[in-house]
Design a protein around this ligand. Structure first.
Ligand SMILES: [Zn+2]
Length: 332
């Protein structure tokens, strides 16, 4: 192994570690509902990924797919090398990290005033805050070659048609998720929350979403209602309602939401409102928010259903994979 190759192996090791660490920290930040900090971690993870890819190529470890299959079968052999510090290695990264630390010390996420959109050069991994320059100051890559981590897309990038279809599908999915379960099972609490509570919670959130969507569509640049939507903790009262009441209530609310959204033009979906954490965001941001929130809870509900059916009639404590802890998706 030449000196160069040694350096590249160290780089590959260091960048791969940084990529994984930032990525997992981003997932954790999302669970804690620190979406702007999560976006910063995701951008940082992309920096490391681009550089790990460059190092792997420099090592001559990337060939044709047929050759790569050969390499994969041979098994890449990791070489243990000391890498030095892996994260927080640039002035901008450390600056963003200090801003995040100050916000967290106050028990909150960064706001749109405290962190701009982020861009990562797809060729060299240079991180920039704000709109990327016409060309990368390090390697000359054009603006279009930057990976973007924009506040407006922090909740997902689905467009109007996909959003409408998913929003329309939820009532049917919810009915399927509770099909054939008895009332004791539907009230059984996992991490403090039963299937009934989760359906009631989704109705609460649908109302918050519809109010915000109405404001964006019907008023000029509204300030979206401040504070948090109802949390799961306020959903305990739903256990005394029957499952058909809960499903009907969700469906009725969702029908009103669909009536508001049906037939909207793309221009209408791109009307904006001001959100205290994300700044000026389009209706598509809030659409992605509600879809992402429901998707997370429906995965959680599917897991609860699966575990309930496996337990037959003996209802003891249920366990869920730790990734499915409900705080994940209470949203903003
Ligand atoms: Zn560059």
């Amino acid at each position: 192994m030449t000196i160069d190759q040694d350096g590249n192996r160290r780089l590959l090791c260091s960048m791969s570690l940084g990529y994984t660490a930032y990525h997992v920290w981003a997932l954790r930040a999302r669970r804690e509902r620190r979406y702007n900090i999560a976006r910063f971690f995701e951008a940082s993870s992309a920096v490391k990924r681009v550089r790990a890819e460059l190092a792997l190529e420099s090592l001559g470890e990337v060939g044709t797919t047929a050759e790569n299959i050969g390499r994969a079968l041979d098994g890449l052999e990791p070489v243990a090398v000391a890498t030095g510090p892996v994260t927080g290695t640039t002035p901008l990264s450390r600056d963003l990290m200090s801003r995040a630390a100050r916000a967290l010390a106050e028990g909150r996420d960064l706001t749109s005033e405290e962190i701009g959109d982020l861009g990562v050069c797809g060729s060299c991994g240079e991180l920039v805050e704000g709109t990327p320059p016409a060309e990368c100051s390090v390697c000359g890559t054009v603006q279009e070659g930057f990976l973007l981590f924009r506040a407006a897309e922090a909740m997902g990038t689905l467009g109007p048609n996909s959003l409408f279809k998913k929003i329309e599908q939820t009532p049917t999915t919810l009915r399927a998720l509770v099909e054939g379960l008895n009332d004791e099972q539907l009230r059984h609490q996992v991490y403090g929350h039963s299937l009934k509570e989760l359906i009631g919670h989704l109705s609460d959130m649908d109302i918050v979403f519809r109010e915000r969507a109405w404001l964006i569509l019907e008023t000029q640049s509204p300030r979206l209602p401040k504070g948090h939507p109802p949390t799961l903790d306020s959903a305990a009262s739903y256990n005394v309602q029957s499952i058909s009441e809960l499903l009907d209530a969700f469906q009725a609310s969702r029908q009103q939401t669909l009536n508001l959204l049906r037939g909207l033009t793309p221009a209408a979906w791109h009307r904006t409102g001001y959100h205290e954490i994300y700044g000026t965001i389009p209706l598509t941001h809030q659409g992605n928010w509600v879809v992402d929130h429901e998707r997370g809870h429906m995965i959680e509900m599917a897991q609860i259903r699966h575990n309930l059916l496996q337990q037959h009639n003996v209802l003891g404590p249920l366990t869920l994979p730790s990734r499915l802890i409900p705080e994940i998706l209470q949203g903003e």
